[in-house]
Each structure stands twice: as C-alpha cells, then as structure tokens.
Design a binder for this molecule. Structure first.
Ligand SMILES: [Zn+2]
Length: 127
C-alpha cells in the first residue's frame, strides 16, 4: 500500500514518501510549496483493475471495522465501466467512494462523508 502525497497548496501529486521529515521535503514541482496533504492509501488506489474486497476485523467484534471494495463499476450517467473504490471505515466513522475514469485517471466522483450520515446505498446500516 502506498500513501498518496499531495501538495497542500496546488493539489498536485508529489512523488515522495509520507514520512519524510519536514526539512527533507522536496518543494512541489508546480508551485514550490513544501506543505503537504496526505491521503491514506485506503482512500485512493488509482490503477487497480481487478475487483477485490477487503475486510478488517478485530477478534472480539462482530462487524468489520473496515471494508474496502475496489474494482470496475458501471457508471450509469455514461454507461462506462469505471474504476471504483469504496471504503467503509467504521473505526473512523467514514464512508468514502471514489470513481475514476480508467483511461485518463480523472476522478469523476468523490464522496467522503461520515458513515453515520451515509444512507444512499444499502450498505449503510443503522446500528
Ligand atoms: Zn504545489
């Protein structure tokens, strides 16, 4: 798993590890800023082509604290197959869904919201 490191100023992706010390950070190639925005590897995995599901569970709990789906999903608006990543993070009360156009990598849908407020799909269950 790879962390996505982005420039906090212009949003450009920076090819740098997320644990690099502040003093050793390279300036953003686009704007020169060393301010960073870190995105967890669980949120974005651009380039995955096969569907896969992942569940993380603590031994003493019934519900998984994290569920992840990534793979192809039919985007109704265009009828195209898109790369979709969905993360249900119960531990952090987060629902994340990112749909990208596979050829260009353009994000066409990005949804991050508290899991407790997410009711759009059947996946959100009341406790
Ligand atoms: Zn920048």
């Amino acid at each position: 798993m790879v962390d996505i490191v982005k420039c906090n100023k212009c949003g450009g992706v920076i090819n740098e590890a997320s644990d690099v010390a502040l003093a050793k950070r390279i300036p953003c190639p686009s704007c020169g800023s060393t301010s960073r925005l870190f995105e967890k590897s669980l949120i974005i995995k651009v380039g995955i082509v096969t569907s896969n599901k992942m569940k993380g569970k603590h031994a003493n709990e019934k519900k998984p604290f994290i569920e992840e789906f990534s793979g192809k999903d039919l985007f109704r608006k265009t009828g195209q197959l898109m790369d979709k990543i969905r993360v249900i993070d119960r531990g952090n009360d987060l629902y994340q869904e990112i749909v990208t156009e596979p050829r260009t990598g353009i994000v066409i849908r990005s949804c991050i919201e508290p899991l407790s407020k997410h009711t759009e799909h059947g996946s959100a269950k009341k406790p």
